[in-house]
Design a binder for this molecule. Structure first.
Ligand code: FAD
Ligand code: FES
Ligand code: MG
Length: 290
């Protein structure tokens, strides 16, 4: 079979899908913090997705993604047995995993998929991991049991109070720090406002903080410049210099601005796709014999 076959598909939450994909070479070489660039079809665009898990013995990698636009919706419509056109990776630098002591891991939304391999790697390296996971509501959590098994403490919170503490991950982290808890490292992964707020808080407490950045990536190999970010006043390319960076040094304003660069085109493509689908439905209804 050509391409990269999907072995398993699971819906983890509304609009969040897990795919286990056969990609033996990637599975053999992948480390925490790395990602793949994949194409659903030969005509499609390349998108970056974190390698959330790997099973080298089966030759598979796991990706978990939120359907937010044209390509992620196309990907969510794929079924086990179908194949992706290509899966390039592992790309990016692996996270520097060392035994530092107590590591507090903070993730919001689909950031839970990004942080899971990091939690696994830091726990396996002998660290005590304290996890704080947040989501808009109780239905949007996933990997909770897996993360609980790897953590000495798991704190959940929701924006609407439907599960765990009512509030943001930063409220939980602030509460723990103010209670006297001390950590040697923080890893914060999620939407830009969440990473910005977490790094502002950890700066107050002098807590070294790693973030994983998700700027727009086109080639994923350092050639096109689309993933340019500024860290500590220096230009970096997230696909080859990251995606992990010192959160206290990141220019989040620039990152947020650059991520919105193609919003009009992206919305246009989605609207066109919806129109196409509607037309196909109309044609099918007209052709149905009475
Ligand atoms: P579009 O409608 O095209 O875009 C929606 C928004 O997604 C855009 O406004 C932009 O902010 C972002 N985006 C669009 N194209 C890209 C692109 N080529 N690269 C990066 N961002 C883009 N998402 C997950 O759900 N799970 C993951 O594990 C994950 N890992 C990532 C790892 C890295 C290193 C990076 C850089 C991004 C990761 N993302 C992940 C984000 C994911 O790549 C985008 O959500 C996806 O590309 C959106 O494509 P779309 O066509 O569906 O949406
Ligand atoms: Fe092209 Fe990083 S994605 S340089
Ligand atoms: Mg797109």
């Amino acid at each position: 079979m050509s391409g990269y076959p999907i072995v398993t598909k699971r819906r983890l939450a509304p609009s969040i899908t897990l795919l286990e994909v056969k990609a033996p070479r990637v599975a053999r070489k992948a480390h925490a913090g790395q990602f793949v660039m994949l194409r659903v079809s030969e005509q499609g665009e390349r998108i970056p997705l974190t390698i959330a898990d790997k099973a080298p013995e089966k030759g598979t990698i796991t990706i978990v993604f939120q359907s937010i636009g044209f390509t992620t919706k196309q990907l969510a419509a794929m079924e086990a047995g179908q194949s992706l056109a290509d899966v390039l990776g592992p790309l990016g630098r692996e996270t520097e995993v060392e035994k530092v002591g107590r590591v507090v891991c903070v993730a919001g939304g689909v950031g839970i998929a990004f942080i899971y391999p990091e939690i696994k790697a830091f726990a396996e390296a002998g660290n005590e991991v304290i996890s704080i996971l947040g989501a808009r509501n109780k239905d949007l959590f996933f990997f909770v049991d897996e993360i609980r098994d790897l953590s000495s403490e798991l704190h959940l919170c929701t924006d609407d109070g439907t599960l765990g503490a009512h509030g943001l991950v930063t409220d939980v982290l602030r509460g723990l720090l103010e209670k006297g808890e001390r950590y040697d490292k923080c890893i914060a992964i999620g939407p830009i406002p969440m990473m910005r707020a977490t790094t502002a808080l950890t700066k107050e407490w002098n807590l070294p903080t790693l973030v994983s950045l998700d700027p727009i990536m086109v080639d994923g190999t350092g050639m096109c410049g689309s993933c340019r970010v500024t860290v500590g006043g220096e230009v970096k390319f997230a696909c080859v210099d990251g995606p992990d960076f010192d959160g206290h040094q990141v220019d989040f304003d620039e990152l947020a601005k650059r991520k919105r660069a193609f919003v009009e085109e992206e919305q246009c493509l989605l609207a066109q796709a919806a129109e196409e689908l509607e037309k196909q439905r109309d044609d099918t209804n007209t052709e149905t014999p009475s």
